[in-house]
Structure formats: structure tokens, C-alpha cells
Design a protein around this ligand. Structure first.
Ligand code: ACO
Length: 442
């Protein structure tokens, strides 16, 4: 197993802020902790004890839920760093296995460390043979994300020997298993849906190439991995590997905070990722582009996106954190061109429509004022569709990539001495206490 550690620095108290209740005149001093980069946080852990009040922040727009040394995002500047390295540099110069090592252990591996990590992940990529029966219980038309939630949750029933979260070695084995088996399970979900036999992993291939082969090969003929497509797939995996405390990651942490086993926690993360406001957006983008159909129809759809009475939103646009171009979307925009060229796709109506839509939206006062830019999902679907993935697999691919982020965040949380069960409070606005009225008197 690789080295543990990394370059984490514990937050330091910078100064205090004073919160005064204007009704009672009572004040409380709250410490402010400095971040390595980005905003400081007000530590409100003593607030309830001191004031008898909770904070109210639906959607957690101003709430930091944990201390983390994994990923930093500057949404205003469009910056994304993993353990301090920029996503552009990682996408350009690194590969998914190296980024995975970086996220899990905190530093880039040296040659030996990388070779050992790749070897260990490779040799965990098969799934228990009994799991094949598990797949067969699903309907053929089941959404692959439904299969993922079920099968990944079921891993905890197959790998009992790595579910003790208090055992460091078991935590590590579970992490390796999850990173290694996710592509195998995802490819199996696809194969099952198209009625083709499952393809076992090949230890000769790298992570992305192996995934492409398990997805697209058939036993009847040889399958040669296209290196350009494998590189594009690897890049997609890098770009989706982690993204700080988003909905699915927070779900993994919350599930894990109760002491649940890591396989169950990742299944919870997959469920959260599925929604169209999160990982499901890449599927929604393609549906939207197909619905728009032609660039002449863009103004009509933009009008609908701006109409508060119309539920239509421009999918792949806007982000809770980025108020600038999502740096991942910029890399994928380039990748989309490369992949389509490699595949010899001369006529690229969807890509052209997407670029035109982006151009028009970025000049539109509504989108400019609200700082709505393309996010990671805007171009990924175009690439994946060109590679041959059906739309229903897009979010599955996101889950494959994000697994390393989820598991790194989960490990970080379990190893944090501050670990406490996640238990938010609420602003209760229901009825006051009232007397039960027997049924015959109502
Ligand atoms: N189209 C039209 N208007 C939008 C869009 C959009 N895509 N996104 C945001 N807005 C508007 C909202 O109506 C709101 O307007 P208002 O202030 O007049 O009420 C304003 O911009 C702010 O939007 P919120 O929904 O409050 O922002 P929030 O941070 O809660 O939501 C989200 C972010 C969910 C990503 C949103 O932008 C959205 O639904 N986008 C489309 C779905 C999508 O692409 N999701 C992928 C996100 S990235 C990821 O998960 C990998």
C-alpha cells in the first residue's frame, strides 16, 4: 500500500468576530480560522451553547461542513486545485491513476509508488463471481444508475473483510477495491442493459483502456483500444475525480459519519449524484441539445430558461460555486474537438449547436448578470456519445471517476480526530403543541 500523509495543514485561529443579539445586547466571540487558500471560516461550534440559537442556511450556501486538505475551488476565478495542483496541469500532464494516488495519499507518487499503486488497483479489478447473479436480478431496461446504487451497496455483503472502518488497513483495502471495481461494475451495468456477455478486466491494460474494453468488446472478435479515445476517457476521469463538498460528497461524508461501511457510503453518494441538478446534468444536456435541434431555435429556449414561470433551465449552465468559466468545461471543449476528429466525425451538429448556444448565452444580459457559465457537464456528453456511450451511462461514468474523490474524502473524515456524526438542526415552523383529538370527535 502507498504512503499515508500528504501536505495537510491544520487551520489556525486568525482572530475572533463578535456576534451581538440586538434584542438582548448579549455578545458572543467566535473564532475565525484561516484557510490555506480562499475564505476564512467563523467557527460556530459553541454558538448554540452560548446563545441557545442555531444558524439557518438551507442549501448550505455559507456553511463549511468540515476541514479538508483535498480540493480547493475559487469559483470567482474559475480555479480548481487538487492537493495544490491545478486541474489544467493534471489534465494535461498527469493520468487518472496518478491523480487518484494524489487524492488518496496527499502527494504525487514517485515512479515506484506509482507502479505499485497501479499494480494494486489492477489486481483488485475483478468482482466476486457471485455478483454476476446479482446483476441478473435487474430488469434489462433498468437505468444503469439504479443498478449502480444496488450493486455498489451490495459490495459490503461480498467484502466483509474490509468493512471495519476502525482498522486502517481495512479502510485502505476498501478504498482500493472501490476504485478498482467501479469500472468493472459500470461496464457490467452497460453490458447487462444491451444483452451482451460481461467482459472480464484485462491486467494488460491501463485503467481507462480497460474500462473501454470491458464496455465495448464482445467475445466474438478482438478489441483494440484506441489510444486517443483512452486518453480522452482518462482525461474525463481526471476532470471528474473530486470537487470538494458537493451534494454527493457531502452525502458520502454524512452517511460515513454514522460509522456506516464505505461501500454503503459510496452507494449513498451514487444516489445523490444521480439527480439532474448534479451528475445527471450531462444526460440532461444532450436531451436538451437534441430538443433544441437547430441553432435557429436557441433564442426560444434561452427565453424559456429566463422565464421564472417555466421550469426549463439551460442544462450544463450555472454552478453553485463557479461564477466564472468552469475550468473543467474548458478542457472538455478542447477534448470534444479531438475526439470527434479522431472518430472521423465530419458533421458535428451537436458540438456546433453547443458552441453556438454557449456563445449566445455568454453574451446574454441574464446569463452575464447571474454569472452563469458552462459547467463540466456541458461538453462531456458530446464526447461520451461520440465514443459510443448511451446517455444513460453518462452519470455512471461520472460515478466511476468521482469514486476516488468520495473515498478520499471519506478516509479523510474517518481519520480526522474531530469526527462527529453529522446532525444538522432546523428552524421548526410546524404547529405548536396541541391536544390529541379522538377520531370520533374530529
Ligand atoms: N438556466 C437558467 N437560469 C439559471 C440556471 C440555468 N441553468 N442556473 C441558475 N439560473 C438562475 C436561477 O434561476 C437563479 O435566478 P434568480 O436569482 O433570479 O432566482 C440564479 O440563476 C441562481 O441560481 P440558483 O438555482 O439559485 O443557483 P444554485 O447555486 O442553487 O444552483 C445549479 C446551481 C443547480 C447548478 C443551477 O445552476 C442549475 O440548475 N443548473 C443546471 C443544471 C446543471 O447543469 N447542473 C450541473 C451542475 S455541475 C455538477 O453537478 C457536476
Amino acid at each position: 500500500m502507498g504512503k499515508a500523509g500528504g501536505t495537510a495543514k491544520k487551520a489556525e485561529t486568525e482572530h475572533t468576530v463578535t456576534l451581538t443579539d440586538n434584542a438582548t445586547g448579549k455578545s458572543v466571540d467566535l473564532p475565525v480560522h484561516a484557510a490555506t487558500e480562499g475564505p476564512s471560516v467563523i467557527d460556530i461550534r459553541t454558538l448554540y451553547k452560548e446563545t441557545g440559537m442555531f444558524t439557518y442556511d438551507p442549501g448550505f450556501t455559507s456553511t463549511g461542513s468540515c476541514e479538508s486538505a483535498l480540493t480547493f475551488i475559487d469559483g470567482d476565478e474559475g480555479v480548481l486545485l487538487h492537493r495544490g495542483y491545478s486541474i489544467e496541469e493534471l489534465a494535461e500532464q498527469s493520468d487518472f491513476m496518478e491523480v487518484s494516488y494524489l487524492l488518496v495519499f496527499g502527494d504525487l507518487p514517485n515512479k515506484e509508488e506509482k507502479a505499485k499503486f497501479v499494480h494494486d488497483i489492477t489486481y483488485h479489478s475483478m468482482v466476486h463471481e457471485q455478483m454476476l447473479n446479482f446483476f441478473r436480478g435487474f430488469r434489462r431496461d433498468a437505468h444503469p444508475m439504479a443498478i449502480m446504487v444496488g450493486v455498489v451497496g451490495a459490495l459490503s455483503s461480498f467484502y466483509h473483510d474490509s468493512t471495519d472502518i476502525n482498522d486502517e488497513r481495512q479502510r485502505m483495502i476498501a478504498s482500493y477495491r472501490m476504485i478498482a471495481k467501479m469500472p468493472t461494475i459500470a461496464a457490467m451495468a452497460y453490458k447487462y442493459s444491451v444483452g451482451q456477455p460481461f467482459i472480464y478486466p484485462s491486467n494488460e491494460l491501463d485503467y481507462a483502456g480497460n474500462f473501454l474494453r470491458m464496455t465495448f468488446a464482445v467475445p466474438a472478435e478482438d478489441y483494440e483500444v484506441n489510444p486517443i479515445l483512452a486518453r480522452a476517457m482518462d482525461r474525463i476521469l481526471i476532470l471528474h475525480a473530486d470537487h470538494e463538498q458537493n451534494a454527493s460528497t457531502s452525502t458520502v461524508r454524512l452517511a460515513g459519519s454514522s460509522g456506516a461501511n464505505p461501500f454503503a457510503c459510496i452507494a449513498a453518494g451514487i444516489a445523490s449524484l444521480w439527480g439532474p441538478a448534479h451528475g445527471g446534468a450531462n444526460e440532461a444536456v444532450l436531451n436538451m441539445l437534441e430538443e433544441i435541434g437547430h441553432k435557429d431555435n436557441i433564442p426560444e429556449y434561452l427565453k424559456r430558461a429566463k422565464d421564472k414561470d417555466d421550469p426549463f433551465r439551460l442544462m450544463g449552465f450555472g454552478h453553485r460555486v463557479y461564477k466564472n468559466y468552469d475550468p473543467r468545461a474548458a478542457v472538455l471543449r478542447e477534448s470534444a474537438h479531438e475526439v470527434l476528429e479522431e472518430l472521423g466525425v465530419k458533421d458535428t451538429p451537436l458540438l456546433e449547436l453547443a458552441m453556438e448556444l454557449e456563445k449566445i448565452a455568454l453574451e446574454d444580459a441574464y446569463f452575464v448578470e447571474k454569472k452563469l457559465f458552462p459547467n463540466v457537464d456541458f461538453y462531456s456528453g458530446i464526447i461520451l456519445q461520440a465514443m459510443g456511450f448511451p446517455k444513460s451511462m453518462f452519470t455512471v461514468l461520472f460515478a466511476v471517476a468521482r469514486t476516488v474523490g468520495w473515498i478520499s474524502q471519506w478516509k479523510e473524515m474517518i481519520e480526522d480526530p474531530v469526527l462527529k456524526i453529522g446532525r444538522p438542526r432546523q428552524l421548526y415552523t410546524g404547529p405548536e403543541r396541541r391536544k390529541y383529538v379522538p377520531l370520533d370527535k374530529r
